[in-house]
Design a protein around this ligand. Structure first.
Ligand code: NDP
Length: 444
C-alpha cells in the first residue's frame, strides 16, 4: 500500500463518525498523489500527511446563555486550531444548528490550504457553535456571543489565533464578540477580523469574498477567451458571499438571474435587482421569497436545489456545503454551463466535481475561488498591526492582485504535475507544498 492510501485508511479509522471531514481529507490527499509520490520517502519519514490531517488541538466547550423568557439555554462551542506552520491560526466562526465537530474539522482542514494559497502568513483554523441566530433578538445574540467569548478568549489572540465571520456570524456578532474579548482581556488588539469600520475593521472586507470570487472567475474566463460580459449567471444563497458576488458579476457585465436561501429560490429573467435583495436580506433579515412579492415578473420556487435547473453560462454556488449533487451537476452540464466557481466551502460533492471535470466545464474550487475573504482578513490584520487603515480602493486592488496570483499559482501547479486545467489539484498542491515545506523546516 502506498503512503497516501496508508494515511487515508488511518484517517478513516480514527475519524469514522466525521463524514464531512473524511470527504475533505480524501479529496485533498487524492489530488496530492503525484506530489507525494515524487517525494514519498521524505514525507513519510517526517509523517507529514499524518500531521497535516490531525489538528494541533480541538477545543469544545459549553455555552450557557439566558433567552428573553429568562430560560437558560445551552449550546456547544468549537474551535479547531488545525495548523500554524506558516502563521497564526485563522478561520471563521460558523453559527448554525448543523454545526458539529466534523463540519468544523473539515472547514479547518480546508482553511490550512486556502490560507497558504493567499500567499499571506496565516495558518488554518475554524470554529463555531450549533447556536441558531435566526429569529433571536439582539439581546439574545449578545448574551450568546458574550458567553461564547468568555470561554474562547483563553485560546485566541492577535498573534495566536484570529477568528472571523462565517455563516451566521456577521458584523453584529463580531462586534459583540470583540466587545467581550476586550472587556475580559483588558486589551485592544486585532483578535478578530470582519470588525466594524469604526473599531479596526478593513474597508472592502464585507465585499471581499464575493468580489474575490468574481476576480478569480474573471481570470479563469479570460484565460479561455471569455469574460462575464453578457453571461447568464446563477448564484445560490443570498448571504454575504452571494450578495457581493452578484454585485461584482453585474458590474463586470453578467446577467444574474437567480438567488436562493435555505427555503427556496427566485428567478428574475430581467436580471436580479440587487438593491431589493439587500433591503430584504441586509436590512430586514427577511426571506428571499419576499423578492417575488416586490418585483413583478420574478418567480419564487420553494426548495433550494431547483436553482441548478436554470439554464446558465456561469454558476456560482455561494450557500453551503454539498449543495450541488451529481444530478444537479449533470443538469448544469446538460444546460450548457461553461464555468462553475465555488463561493461557498465545498458546495459541490465529489461526484459533482467529477462531472464538471469530465465534461470540460471550467471549475474553480472553493479553496482558491473564495480565498478573497480570508485574504482581506489578512489585510485587516496588517492594518491593525500598522495601526492605520487603507482606502477601499487600496484594499480592493490588493485583493484583485491576490486573486489573480491564486489563479496563476493553482494553474501553474496543476501544469507542473501533469494535470493542466485541473484547478482542484493545482490549488491543493500549491497550498500543500508551502505548508509542508514550513513543517519540514520547523521539525516536529
Ligand atoms: P451567510 O450566513 O451570510 O449566508 C448563507 C446563505 O446560504 C444564506 O442565504 C442561507 O440561507 C443559505 N443557506 C444556508 N444553508 C443552506 C442550505 N442548507 N441550503 C441552501 N441555502 C442555504 O453566510 P456567508 O455568505 O458568509 O457564507 C456562505 C458560504 O461561503 C459558506 O459556505 C461559508 O463557509 C463560505 N465562505 C464565507 C466567507 C465569508 O467571508 N463570509 C469566506 C469564505 C467562504 P438562510 O438565510 O435561509 O439560512
Amino acid at each position: 500500500m502506498g503512503y497516501v492510501d496508508e494515511v487515508l485508511a488511518k484517517v478513516k479509522e480514527k475519524n469514522a463518525s466525521e463524514p464531512e471531514f473524511l470527504q475533505a481529507v480524501e479529496e485533498v490527499l487524492e489530488s496530492l498523489r503525484p506530489v507525494i509520490e515524487a517525494n514519498e520517502e521524505l514525507y513519510k519519514k517526517n509523517a507529514i500527511l499524518e500531521r497535516i490531517t490531525e489538528p494541533d488541538r480541538q477545543i469544545m466547550f459549553r455555552v450557557p446563555w439566558v433567552d428573553d423568557n429568562g430560560q437558560v439555554q445551552v449550546n456547544r462551542g468549537f474551535r479547531v486550531q488545525f495548523n500554524n506552520a506558516i502563521g497564526p491560526y485563522k478561520g471563521g466562526l460558523r453559527l448554525h444548528p448543523s454545526v458539529n465537530l466534523s463540519i468544523i474539522k473539515f472547514l479547518g482542514f480546508e482553511q490550512v490550504f486556502k490560507n497558504s494559497l493567499t500567499t499571506l502568513p496565516i495558518g488554518g483554523g475554524k470554529g463555531g457553535s450549533d447556536f441558531d441566530p435566526k429569529g433571536k433578538s439582539d439581546r439574545e445574540i449578545m448574551a450568546f456571543c458574550q458567553s461564547f467569548m468568555t470561554e474562547l478568549y483563553k485560546y485566541i489572540g492577535a498573534d495566536t489565533d484570529v477568528p472571523a465571520g462565517d455563516i451566521g456570524t456577521g458584523a453584529r456578532e463580531i462586534g459583540f464578540l470583540f466587545g467581550q474579548y476586550k472587556r475580559i482581556r483588558g486589551l485592544y488588539e486585532g483578535v478578530l477580523t470582519g470588525k466594524g469600520l469604526t473599531y479596526g475593521g478593513s474597508l472592502a472586507r464585507t465585499q471581499a469574498t464575493g468580489y474575490g470570487l468574481c476576480y478569480f472567475t474573471n481570470e479563469l474566463l479570460r484565460e479561455h477567451g471569455m469574460s462575464f460580459d453578457g453571461m447568464t449567471t446563477v448564484i445560490s444563497g443570498s448571504g454575504n458571499v452571494a450578495i457581493y458576488a452578484c454585485e461584482k458579476a453585474q458590474t463586470l457585465g453578467a446577467k444574474v438571474v437567480a438567488l436562493s436561501d435555505s427555503n427556496g429560490y427566485i428567478y428574475d429573467r430581467d436580471g436580479i435587482k440587487l438593491d431589493v435583495v439587500k433591503q430584504i436580506k441586509e436590512v430586514e433579515r427577511g426571506r428571499i421569497s419576499e423578492y417575488a412579492k416586490r418585483v413583478p415578473g420574478s418567480v419564487y420556487t420553494e426548495g433550494c436545489s431547483g436553482i441548478w435547473s436554470i439554464k446558465c453560462d456561469i454558476a456560482l454556488p455561494c450557500a453551503t456545503q454539498n449543495e450541488i449533487c451529481a444530478e444537479s451537476a449533470a443538469l448544469l452540464v446538460k444546460n450548457g454551463v461553461k464555468a462553475v466557481c465555488e463561493g461557498a466551502n465545498m458546495p459541490s460533492t465529489p461526484e459533482a466535481i467529477e462531472t464538471f471535470l469530465k465534461s470540460g466545464v471550467f471549475f474553480g474550487p472553493a479553496k482558491a475561488a473564495n480565498a478573497g475573504g480570508v485574504a482581506t482578513s489578512g489585510l485587516e490584520m496588517s492594518q491593525n498591526s500598522l495601526r492605520l487603515s487603507w482606502t477601499f480602493e487600496e484594499v480592493d486592488e490588493k485583493l484583485c492582485g491576490i486573486m489573480k496570483n491564486i489563479y496563476k499559482n493553482a494553474s501553474e501547479a496543476a501544469k507542473e504535475f501533469g494535470m493542466e486545467g485541473n484547478l482542484v489539484a493545482g490549488a491543493n498542491i500549491a497550498g500543500f507544498m508551502k505548508v509542508a515545506d514550513a513543517m519540514l523546516w520547523q521539525g516536529i
